[in-house]
Ligand binder design. Sequence first.
Ligand SMILES: [Zn+2]
Length: 59
Amino acid sequence: MSAPVKCPICKKPTNPTHKPFCSERCQQVDLGRWLKGNYVVPGRPEDDSEQLPDADDHA
Ligand SMILES: [Zn+2]
């Protein structure tokens, strides 16, 4: 007997169509979490384009 696989998101029985999730919704939820974990951009450090170049370097 194989243990029933449950959806890792909502713990409902898995739907073979959306394995290992129970529905497309949970599949998207998991995908979203996965992407967030890989795209950790809490504030773009390259967004300080207002900073002028060093104009004090007139030699
Ligand atoms: Zn689910």
